[in-house]
Design a protein. Structure first.
Length: 75
């Protein structure tokens, strides 16, 4: 069994291509959200808080996961 170690880091603008690809893989399952394709950078950037944007990198530096905070209505 191969072990993959991940380092959690702050997301950088240059990570968006990889984050968007992972996002798209999740959406393709039909279980992740009510949308069919990931947004483009301007929309995603507008809808997520400027802090709490994280990526997980494998030991080669590749983005293998991500998480980000966004506001939700308090209703």
């Amino acid at each position: 069994m191969t072990k993959i170690y991940a380092m959690i880091e702050n997301m950088q603008r240059d990570d968006w291509k990889d984050v968007r690809a992972i996002y798209g893989e999740g959406l393709a399952t039909g279980l992740a959200a009510f949308t069919l394709s990931p947004p483009k950078w301007p929309e995603w950037n507008r809808d997520h808080l400027p802090f709490g944007r994280l990526v997980a990198r494998d030991d080669s530096g590749n983005v293998v996961g991500w998480g980000a905070l966004s506001l939700v209505p308090d209703t």
